[in-house]
Design a protein around this ligand. Structure first.
Ligand SMILES: Nc1ncnc2c1ncn2[C@@H]1O[C@H](COP(=O)(O)OP(=O)(O)OP(=O)(O)O)[C@@H](O)[C@H]1O
Ligand SMILES: [Mg+2]
Length: 231
């Protein structure tokens, strides 16, 4: 389980972005996170895998304190973050190597690695692009690649930061479908600006003005309608 307890955070030299926020995410659960631009959704994503540290409060991943440097490696492997901008994440020169790179971090035998890369290439419709330089891919293809590469690391929790923003309608449907399958074994935090995408989430969180609150299921429709009317 991921537990965020009473967490506050501020960028150096900036006012506090959020104050005393708490929530949990269990395996098998898909939680959607929405909130206005600049409310701190992406920042929260990076607090979950130890890339950022809270100013107060704690982030605990399966009983490991994310602030303890001894757990750095384990936590980064366990909590995969698919960044809002895939370009910030891609490191390799070919699609195939990008996926293999994640696997190398796991020190898997070569044979296993080969099979796993092949499976991920198929699963994310990347096989015909396997030798291409990721820089040449479209936004949607890059998004699929970072997702495949993140899954390759054996992550148990996934944080998707607006993964559908760069996708066309079909790509979006494919990804949402994949998420429903993934949720069976993983805990997923799904950050999205699209209210129609929160329908299938088990729980809905709303971050605004430094506070986080959970919107109960029975209030969801009313809440989303009110947000739409505001914009
Ligand atoms: N490295 C940084 N240093 C200082 N301020 C930052 C940094 N990164 C982000 N911010 C600011 O922190 C606030 C929250 O940013 P963040 O990207 O987490 O919000 P968000 O909810 O993900 O926004 P969006 O909906 O646009 O993706 C913004 O005002 C942003 O400008
Ligand atoms: Mg963001």
């Amino acid at each position: 389980m991921i537990r965020v307890e009473q967490v506050s955070f501020a960028y150096v030299g900036h006012p506090e972005l959020f104050h005393n926020i708490s929530f949990s995410l269990e395996r098998g659960e898909l939680v959607a996170l929405i909130g206005p631009n600049g409310s701190g959704k992406s920042t929260l994503a990076l607090l979950l895998n130890g890339l950022f540290q809270p100013s107060t409060g704690i982030v605990v991943i399966d009983d490991m304190d994310a602030a303890n440097p001894e757990h750095n490696r384990d936590i980064r492997r366990r909590v995969g973050v698919v960044f809002q901008n895939p370009e910030e994440q891609i490191v390799a020169d070919t699609v195939e190597e990008e996926i293999a790179f994640g696997l190398e971090l796991l020190n898997k035998p070569r044979e296993d690695m080969f099979n796993r890369v092949a499976n991920l290439l198929d699963e994310f419709h990347l096989r015909s692009l396997s030798q291409r330089n990721p820089e040449e891919l479209s936004g949607g293809e890059k998004q699929r690649l970072t997702l495949a590469a993140t899954l390759a690391t054996g992550a148990e929790y996934l944080v998707f930061d607006e993964p559908t923003a760069l996708l066309d309608w079909q790509g979006r449907q494919d990804l949402l479908h994949a998420l429903k399958d993934l949720r069976r074994g993983m805990g997923i935090l799904f950050i999205t600006p699209y209210l129609e995408e929160v329908d299938f989430a088990d729980r809905l969180l709303y971050l605004d003005n430094g506070t986080l609150r959970e919107i109960p299921k029975q209030d969801r429709k009313r809440f989303c309608r009110a947000l739409e009317n505001e914009n």
